[in-house]
Structures are given as structure tokens and as C-alpha cells.
Design a protein around this ligand. Structure first.
Ligand SMILES: Nc1nc2c(c(=O)[nH]1)N[C@H]1C(S)=C(S)[C@@H](COP(=O)(O)OP(=O)(O)OC[C@H]3O[C@@H](n4cnc5c(=O)[nH]c(N)nc54)[C@H](O)[C@@H]3O)O[C@H]1N2
Ligand SMILES: Nc1nc2c(c(=O)[nH]1)N[C@H]1C(S)=C(S)[C@@H](COP(=O)(O)OP(=O)(O)OC[C@H]3O[C@@H](n4cnc5c(=O)[nH]c(N)nc54)[C@H](O)[C@@H]3O)O[C@H]1N2
Ligand code: SF4
Ligand SMILES: [Mo]
Length: 695
């Protein structure tokens, strides 16, 4: 019996760790991390390994389907790929004929494998590509751009060389990327300090040197006090500031009154603790990594929180520094031309975006737009009708608030297509379901990773598809061919890869040995004496002229976070190590590890409500109620309750997940219209719920 090592890329979450699949007789024997990638070692997280369970899962979508009954009724006709693609292409063509190409929208989950399907949408002529990010990291992205002129991924998070890591609204040890966890653990073993700022003691907090439990929604006050202390006590990096920071004086006068004593009243963290923390930061700088946040679609002013984090990193001189937030290298920096793009085969559509980004809202990134505003356009027909929607690797009915309203919005569509490898609410509501092969069964387009040591990487299928499913490029190639977009009509993945590799000097064979092609000899840190920021001034800008011109302040005065009304709690949420968003709850292995979510509630609050640990309770908001078990604990702020996101599945085809736990996104009335006007993301934690005993 021969065992083959297939170098590939995990697909169980958005991190996409390099991995090795040991394959024997077309079966996966073992999965491990690809040790050739920096920080991976041979580790994978539980979810990555549980990808194996997807292969024979008889509850995943095993063949294309076209809806027979009403939307959401669950009556399906099993069809061939020919029929499914013909049907989808015909309907798309009809929308194009009637409303123009702009009547077609597509959303996805972002990331490195997008070129082919984005090119498809461009080839069709539609500007309406959005991704999930308006429910995730848009505020971080826009904050990064407003200070540095470049996106959040222009800097790396250099855990391995950090002396002090600060996690605020960021839970590295449960919201996992394997390299990050390994690197931070190794650094901590060598003395790196960890500070956690959270509304509850998560797993990262249990490993921290300092843990600050802040009142929900007051992080910005905490950070303003940190800035005040850095500036008034002369603890900031003056060389860095002189060289690179624009408008420091404006910052000084802005934070004048935001002292640690002031912040104590807002956040609940004693002033002396804030002050001693800041002194420690100054000692550890510039090898300090204050993480600017990831899932920051929480409050309607989170943009300013993210911005304050970037400002702190700059004041510490850790922006651009080894052990802090060093600039990444792109293929170009390493002397390679980047991968050739399918997108570049087509002209950028001249049409305005339906979500208003780029013309109604000029301060937002046009690339992925803002999905919630696309949905609004689908609802109103303003600026024009959007009549078909392909949700690709995206489940907006779970990932956005107000699922019932979204369903009504989708009722305006002539065509709703879901491309997915598991069932999800959006697929269940769709007209056509195009089932994707899970990552171990599919090849993907090549991708490049911008990093301290940049590389190209390849996802190769480890085993043949078990059921009648296809890879993304095959699906979009099939649609492209039918719609006359011949530039994207491919039959073989090797031809796709060869197209991408043109001009790079790299060949497909170069990936054979390790699955990746590194573009530099080792890590390369940019020269700190010659950093170039992408802003107009070439510096790190405290005052953003673009925002000021639009009447939005660069430095926003703090407004006190609302406390919940008596008997109510702020609904907060997050991740656990064993699940990815909503799509792993029905996984046979992961569902067994964490079968349901529970409601974290503070001991004193529970006592007042006569609620015992493990008791099933009602959670309600605006007349809507679900039940869930209470976890009574001292380790959450009394103003908050907390649940894991992604539970409360109600699809009959998901027997293992059915009816377990509660769906947080159903407790956010009006929230599709609540968003951060400067950062762009939806504000999912501006909601209060009532908790009561079940009578
Ligand atoms: N209330 C609330 N809402 C949230 C969050 C929260 O914590 N609370 N979290 C937010 C965050 S951070 C994010 S990133 C979004 C995530 O939102 P989504 O991106 O919608 O979430 P997922 O569950 O990862 O994936 C959605 C669907 O894509 C399918 N899928 C997964 N991988 C692939 C793939 O490789 N290809 C294809 N075609 N399909 C795939 C899955 O089977 C699933 O059906 O949700 C956001 N929404
Ligand atoms: N295991 C696992 N790993 C994942 C994912 C997954 O689904 N599962 N998803 C990936 C994705 S798409 C993303 S975006 C990232 C998300 O990564 P993170 O943003 O780190 O993850 P979360 O768990 O959503 O939130 C982090 C912390 O914010 C805290 N929090 C909530 N409200 C407040 C507040 O007002 N103030 C402060 N200070 N803290 C608050 C929560 O208690 C939680 O501990 O994880 C990625 N990695
Ligand atoms: S963090 Fe886990 S699930 Fe995500 S890509 Fe890496 S191994 Fe896979
Ligand atoms: Mo996310």
C-alpha cells in the first residue's frame, strides 16, 4: 500500500492554513500542518482535522438541486450539473437582458482564492461584488487606511518576536489561526507578556499576565487614556513620532482630558492599573503588538476604537517594527511579478455600485463594498434593480442580522443561487444550490501570501470527490462558457494555474515538494529608517483630510456607552475553538465536541433573576424569544450576556445541529440599518435582551 503526501490548504475557516494530507487508497489517513510554512509546525486545529469528517458526511449537499416548491419550503429536484448550470445561466442571462449586467450581484467570503469568480462577475459586466467583511473586519480596514493610506493586511502581526501582545476584542486562543497560536505560545514561553482586554474572561485571558474586564462598549475610553498617559508622561517613541507621525500636537490637545482617572469611571478599570500597564508598554516597545482587531462589527463607533489602536502602535513605534506590526512584502518587493489576474482580462465596469460605495460613500473601499447596503438596494430598487444574487461561500441569513427581513428582501430577486459545501439557511432559501466539493476534494486557483516572507501557494485536491460536487473554478467556468465569457472557459486546473503563473518564472512543478514557493530566502523586515506610508503626506496621519472634508472627525470625542435598562443585558457574542461561524455545528465530529451554545450571565445578575447554573432560560428581544441554558459565572461583565455565534439551526436536513442552542442574529431588530457610518460595518452589539426564568 502506498501512502502519498498531498500538500494542500485547509478550508475549514478563513485562515487557510497550509497542510499535508496523507492519502492511502484514495482515503485520507492523516492530516497535519505543513511544517514548511512559518509557524505551522505540524499543527492543525480541531476544525481543520474535522474536515475529514466532511468527506463521507451524508448530510452535506451531494448533488446540484433546483427548487420545486416555494422558497424555503425544502422541496428540491435533484438535477445533473448540465441542467443546474443551464438553468442558472439562462436565468442570469434573462436578468442581464432585462436589467443590464448590474442586475447581477455576487458575494463571497473574501480571501486569496477570489480571482476567478470575481473575474466572472466582471466578465458579465457587473460592479456588484461584495463580501462578508461588512459583518467582520471592515472597521479595521477603513481605520488602517485612514491613518496609513494602506489596508489592514499591509502589516503583519509579528507575534513570534513580540515582547508584549495586547488582545482587545480579540481572542487568539479561541478564534484561531494556527500560526498565530503557535507563534504567540512560543513567544510567551520566551517571556512575551500577554494583556487581554475583554468583557469576559475568555481562554486567552486565562493565559494572560494582565486581564482588564471593561464595561461593554467602553474600550475607546480605555485607549484614549492610554494615549493620554503615553503623551503626558513622555512615554511615546519620539524618534518615530518626529519622523513619521503627522499632527501629533492635535492628538495631544484632543486627549488632554482623557486621563486614566476619567477612564476608570467609564471602563471600571482602576486608573493605577491603566497607568502601570502603559509604563510596561513603553518598556517593551517597539516589540509591542496591540492587535487592531478582527471581528469588529460590534458598535456604531468601532472605527474610532480601531483607529485608536493604530495610533497607540504608532506612538510606541511598533508600527512597522519587528515584534510589532511590520510591513509585509509583496511578490514585487521580492523581485517577482505577482500572479497574473483573471480579473485583468476585463475592464472594470463603469457602472456605479448598487451599494453606493465609491460614489454615495466615497470614504469606503470599493473592492468588496458593503453587503448590507447591497441588500438595501435589493429592497428599494435604489439606485437600480438588483435581481439576481449568487451567494458564494456565504450565508447571509446566518451572518447578517434580521434574517426574516433579509428573506423578504430576497423575495424581490428573480434568482438566488447558493454555492456551498454544507447546508445553510441561504442555500435552503435559494432557487438553485450548486454544491462545492469540500477542500480535501478540490483544487483551487493559485494564491499569493503577502508576508514578512511572502509566498505563492497551491490547494491541490487530496482525494477525488465522493459525490456529485465540483470545485469553484469548474462551476464558474461552466457558467462562463454558457454566458459567452470564453476567456474563463477552462477544462483543466493545470491550464488555470499556467495562466496565473505566466511571467512569474515559477512553474507548477515548483509546488510539488512543499505546496508553496517562497519568494524570499528568509524573513525580510523593511528598513525602519525609510518607511513609506501610503498617505498623501507619506506619514502616519492622525488627521485624515478625507474624513474631515466629509464632515467626519478624525478624532472623535468619546460618548459614554449606554448601560442596559434594568433587567436587560447587552447581547455579546464570539467564537470557540471548535467551530467556524455557523457552518460546522452539524459536522459529526465538531458537533459532538461543542453541541450547543450557552448563555454566559454574571452571578449577581443571575441571582437577582433566580436563575441557576445550567438552568434553561428565556432570552427575548422585541417580542422574539428563544431558550438556552445559562452559564452562571463571575467571569463576565454584569452588563453583558454572551453566546457563541452560529447556533440555533432549524433546517431538517441538519439532524445533528437541529434545534440546539440559540441564534444570536435573530435578536437584533432593525440592525441591518444600524452600522458604523465611518467604518462601514454593521453594529451587531448595539442590542439589549431580557433574560427570564422559564415559567
Ligand atoms: N451575529 C453574528 N453575526 C456574525 C458574526 C458573529 O459573531 N455574530 N460573525 C461575523 C463574521 S466574523 C464573519 S467572517 C461572518 C461569516 O459569515 P459566513 O461567511 O456566511 O460564514 P461561514 O459559516 O464561514 O460560511 C458560510 C457558508 O459558506 C460555506 N462555505 C464554507 N467554506 C466554503 C468554501 O470554501 N467555499 C464555498 N463555496 N462555500 C464555503 C459554508 O458551508 C457555509 O454554508 O459572519 C459574521 N456574522
Ligand atoms: N475557532 C475559530 N476561529 C476563527 C473563526 C471561527 O469561527 N472559529 N473565525 C475566524 C474569523 S472569520 C474571525 S473574524 C476571527 C474573529 O476573531 P476574534 O475577533 O478574536 O473573535 P471573537 O470571538 O468574535 O471576539 C473576540 C472577543 O471579543 C470579546 N468582546 C465582545 N464585546 C467586547 C467589547 O465590547 N469589548 C472588548 N474588549 N471585548 C469584547 C468577546 O468576548 C471575545 O472574547 O476568528 C477567526 N478564527
Ligand atoms: S485555523 Fe484551523 S480550521 Fe482554520 S484554516 Fe487553520 S487548521 Fe483550518
Ligand atoms: Mo470574520
Amino acid at each position: 500500500m502506498t501512502t502519498e503526501n498531498v500538500y494542500t490548504i485547509c478550508g475549514m475557516c478563513t485562515v487557510r492554513c497550509p497542510m499535508v494530507a496523507e492519502v492511502e487508497n484514495s482515503n485520507i489517513r492523516f492530516l497535519r500542518g505543513n511544517p514548511n510554512a512559518s509557524g505551522m509546525k505540524t499543527s492543525l486545529c480541531a476544525r481543520g482535522v474535522a474536515g475529514k469528517a466532511l468527506i463521507n458526511d451524508n448530510e452535506r449537499i451531494r448533488h446540484p438541486m433546483i427548487r420545486d416548491g416555494q422558497r424555503g419550503e425544502g422541496k428540491w429536484r435533484k438535477v445533473s450539473w448540465e441542467e443546474a448550470l443551464d438553468y442558472t445561466a439562462e436565468k442570469l442571462q434573462k436578468v442581464v437582458d432585462q436589467y443590464g449586467p448590474r442586475g447581477v450581484a455576487l458575494s463571497d467570503r473574501g480571501g486569496p482564492f477570489r480571482d476567478f469568480h470575481r473575474a466572472f462577475l466582471r466578465g458579465l459586466g457587473s460592479p456588484n461584488y461584495v463580501n462578508h467583511d461588512s459583518s467582520c473586519a471592515r472597521n479595521v480596514q477603513h481605520a488602517a487606511k485612514s491613518v496609513s493610506g494602506a489596508g489592514r493586511k499591509e502589516v503583519a502581526y509579528d507575534y513570534r518576536n513580540a515582547k508584549h501582545v495586547i488582545l482587545q476584542m480579540r481572542n487568539v486562543f479561541e478564534a484561531i489561526g494556527v500560526q498565530e497560536v503557535n507563534d504567540l505560545t512560543d513567544a510567551m514561553n520566551e517571556g512575551c507578556r500577554l494583556t487581554v482586554i475583554d468583557i469576559r474572561a475568555n481562554v486567552s485571558a486565562t493565559k494572560a499576565d494582565r486581564f482588564f474586564m471593561v464595561r461593554p462598549g467602553t474600550d475607546y475610553a480605555f485607549n484614549l487614556a492610554v494615549i493620554n498617559e503615553l503623551l503626558t508622561k513622555d512615554l511615546y517613541n519620539k524618534d518615530f513620532a518626529r519622523k513619521y507621525i503627522q499632527d501629533l500636537e492635535a492628538l495631544k490637545s484632543f486627549v488632554k482630558d482623557y486621563t486614566p482617572q476619567w477612564a476608570e469611571k467609564e471602563t471600571g478599570v482602576p486608573a493605577a492599573q491603566i497607568s502601570s500597564f502603559v509604563h510596561q508598554l513603553a518598556k517593551d516597545a517597539p516589540a509591542v503588538l496591540w492587535h487592531p482587531g478582527w471581528m469588529m462589527a460590534r458598535y456604531d463607533t468601532t472605527f474610532y476604537l480601531c483607529r485608536s489602536i493604530y495610533i497607540i502602535n504608532a506612538l510606541l513605534g511598533s508600527y512597522g517594527a519587528k515584534g510589532g506590526l511590520p510591513f509585509v512584502n509583496k511578490p514585487k518587493d521580492a523581485g517577482y511579478s505577482g500572479l497574473k489576474k483573471f480579473m485583468d482580462l476585463f475592464e472594470k465596469p463603469k457602472e456605479k455600485r448598487a451599494d453606493g460605495v465609491g460614489w454615495r460613500y466615497t470614504h469606503f473601499d470599493e473592492g468588496p463594498g458593503l453587503a448590507h447596503l447591497l441588500y438595501e438596494a435589493m429592497e428599494t430598487g435604489d439606485p437600480y434593480p438588483v435581481k439576481s444574487y449568487i451567494a458564494f461561500r456565504h450565508d447571509p441569513l446566518m451572518a447578517y442580522p434580521e434574517p426574516d427581513r433579509l428573506r423578504q428582501i430576497f423575495d424581490n430577486l428573480d434568482l438566488l443561487v447558493s454555492v456551498t459545501f454544507t447546508w445553510c439557511d441561504t442555500a435552503w432559501y435559494a432557487d438553485v444550490v450548486l454544491p462545492l466539493s469540500p477542500y480535501l476534494e478540490r483544487d483551487s486557483v493559485l494564491a499569493a501570501k503577502n508576508a514578512i516572507q511572502p509566498y505563492f501557494f497551491m490547494r491541490r485536491r487530496a482525494v477525488e470527490p465522493r459525490f456529485d460536487t465540483k470545485a469553484c473554478w469548474e462551476i464558474f467556468s461552466g457558467l462562463a462558457r454558457r454566458l459567452g465569457i470564453n476567456e474563463l472557459a477552462y477544462d483543466k486546473i493545470e491550464d488555470v494555474w499556467n495562466f496565473q503563473l505566466q511571467g512569474t518564472g515559477v512553474s507548477i512543478e515548483d509546488f510539488n515538494e512543499t505546496g508553496m514557493v517562497k519568494l524570499t530566502e528568509g524573513p525580510v523586515y523593511k528598513d525602519r529608517d525609510n518607511l513609506k506610508f501610503g498617505t498623501k503626506s507619506g506619514k502616519f496621519e492622525i488627521i485624515s483630510q478625507k474624513l474631515e472634508d466629509l464632515g467626519m472627525p478624525s478624532l472623535k470625542p468619546y460618548e459614554s456607552a449606554q448601560s442596559p435598562p434594568e433587567g436587560s443585558f447587552r447581547l455579546t457574542f464570539g467564537r470557540c475553538a471548535q467551530h467556524t461561524q455557523g457552518h460546522t455545528v452539524n459536522n459529526p465530529v465538531l458537533g459532538e465536541l461543542v453541541p450547543e451554545n450557552v448563555l454566559w450571565i454574571h452571578t449577581d445578575a443571575a441571582e437577582k433573576l433566580h436563575i441557576e447554573n445550567n438552568e434553561t432560560v428565556n432570552v427575548s428581544n422585541n417580542g422574539y424569544t428563544e431558550q438556552i441554558k445559562a452559564k452562571v459565572t463571575d467571569f463576565i461583565h454584569p452588563e453583558a450576556v454572551f453566546v457563541l455565534h452560529g447556533f440555533g439551526h432549524k433546517l431538517p436536513v441538519e439532524s445533528r445541529a437541529y434545534g440546539k442552542g440559540l441564534a444570536d442574529n435573530k435578536f437584533m431588530p432593525g440592525a441591518l440599518k444600524k452600522w458604523d457610518p465611518v467604518g462601514g460595518a454593521v453594529a451587531l452589539q448595539e442590542n439589549f435582551v431580557k433574560v427570564s426564568k422559564v415559567k
